[in-house]
Design a protein around this ligand. Structure first.
Ligand code: LLP
Length: 442
């Protein structure tokens, strides 16, 4: 595993405008709040988000997209916390959802249904009906079978469903295999060549209002050229459909813009906007983008405490109280999240493997160099943890979901309390027959 140098504060800010994580004196602060002060009140591990960083990211993205008139629908899967959704919604963001649960979250956060797009490859019929009942802006269709399910649901409710067909453009997004979605053999989208016939079928269905096309080629994209290929293909498809008399009014361009986790550079938003303008900008379509990670990733940290230092012949391991159940990305994608001590003593020369307590060999955050000596009780923050951190957490090893804290200026608030084991146990019931065979409890 690569040795990761201690991330500098600048690296955490990157080009996203997220300069809200800074050392004042020797103490790590988020905006004006000392994170150790939060940790004194909230047991670790916990997630902590900067409202200001989320706002700054949204505003810079919408400013870059303004000249091309594209609107933003935040991909709720990146972070579905109601308060995070609330910060974005207050700025006018729409939402991209992939389940009935995310629909409820977006609606509860005050997002109007007219700004919600329903994506995802496996929508249940009940979820489709709920979306239509609230008057969702658009459903992105991923297969002919799903198109038929939407026809049925809309027919039963007596409504007309605005739908877009999600195209699989067969483009390699150049990202991790587990988060690539736009290649021919990925499960997502409808093959390019099948689109015209399906669009015609949708136009013929009175229950449907086919409004356009959608595409999403993958996530954590740092080289923007695959967007050009994908969007050029979409533009060709729009022209083809129109040449056959089929109207196309909207294009959903997906998400995927990457962030510089491991000191890489951040994609240039101006360049992204140029690609959009040069490929689909002249088609007279309403444009929407669906970023998740870019808006909230840099705004969040996961705060943890060192439990033990384990010294073996070949390495020093810091065992911390956050595990892969809290932040799954290192174990799942080999992702590297920079680590920042809450108290920055000095740049050191120690290298630590940082490991969680979960009973899996893959519960390792990484090997980090240039650290000052660590000891039990020291607190650390993993950076860039605002996206796909809390939203992917599990209760594996019967570990309770971590609390989430929102900072705004000099205030902080626990916006989701830590789960308790009792919360989980309330879902479970003993049956009257389970103890009857050979247990001695019968
Ligand atoms: N739209 C659709 C249809 C998507 O499937 C996704 C992400 C997005 C938008 C937002 O993509 P973003 O802008 O956040 O890259 N758990 C993985 C990422 C999975 C992304 C899935 N789809 C990770 O932690 O890296």
């Amino acid at each position: 595993m690569a040795v990761q140098a201690l991330a500098s504060v600048d690296a955490l800010g990157g080009d996203t405008g997220s300069k809200q994580l800074v050392y004042r004196g020797r103490a790590l602060h988020m905006e004006s709040v000392c994170i150790n002060r939060i940790a004194a009140a909230v047991p670790t591990p916990f997630y902590c988000y900067s409202s200001d960083a989320i706002r700054a990211a949204y505003l810079s993205l919408s400013a870059a997209l303004k000249p091309i008139g594209a609107s933003v629908c935040f991909a709720v899967k990146a972070n579905g916390n109601l308060s995070v959704l609330g910060v974005l919604s207050a700025l006018g963001s729409g939402m991209d959802i992939v389940s009935g649960g995310e629909l409820k979250r977006a609606v509860s956060a005050g997002v109007p249904a007219s700004k919600i797009i329903f994506s995802g490859v496996g929508k249940k019929r009940s979820e489709i009906s709920s979306a239509l009942e609230v008057g969702i802006h658009q459903i992105n269709i991923e297969s002919e079978a799903e198109l038929e399910a939407v026809v049925e649901a809309a027919g039963a409710l007596g409504v007309r469903a605005a739908i877009a067909l999600r195209v699989n453009p067969d483009v390699d997004a150049g990202t991790h295999a587990k988060i690539s979605t736009g290649k021919k053999h990925d499960k997502f989208g409808i093959p390019f060549e099948d689109i015209p016939a399906l669009y015609a079928k949708a136009l013929a269905a009175p229950e449907l209002d086919p409004v356009g096309l959608a595409v999403h080629i993958g996530s954590q994209i740092v080289d923007l050229s695959p967007y050009r290929s994908a969007y050029s293909g979409i533009a060709d498809l729009v022209r083809l459909l129109r040449s056959r008399g089929m109207p196309v009014r909207r294009l959903d361009l997906g998400g995927g813009i990457g962030i510089p986790y491991d000191h890489g550079s951040s994609p240039d938003l101006g360049e992204y906007a140029t690609i959009v303008r040069e490929t689909v900008g002249g088609l007279d379509c309403e444009l929407t983008v669906e970023p998740g990670r870019w808006l909230v990733g840099p705004a969040g940290i996961l705060v943890t405490e060192v439990l033990y230092i384990k010294e073996t012949a070949d390495r020093l391991t810091a065992i911390v109280d956050a595990g892969m159940n809290d932040l799954m990305r290192p174990a799942m994608y080999g992702a590297v999240h920079p680590v920042l001590p809450l108290k920055h003593v000095r740049q050191g020369s120690h290298t630590y493997q940082i490991a969680g307590p979960v009973c899996e060999s893959s519960d390792i955050f990484g090997t980090y160099g240039n650290l000052a000596p660590l000891q039990s009780g020291d607190r650390l923050a993993f950076g860039y943890a605002g996206a796909y951190g809390a939203s992917m957490a599990s209760t594996y090893n019967a570990r309770d979901l971590a609390a989430e804290v929102l900072v705004d200026g000099d205030r902080f608030r626990v916006v989701r309390r830590r789960q308790t084991t009792e919360d989980l146990l309330t879902l479970e019931e003993e049956t009257e027959w389970q103890w009857s065979v050979g247990s001695g409890r019968a």
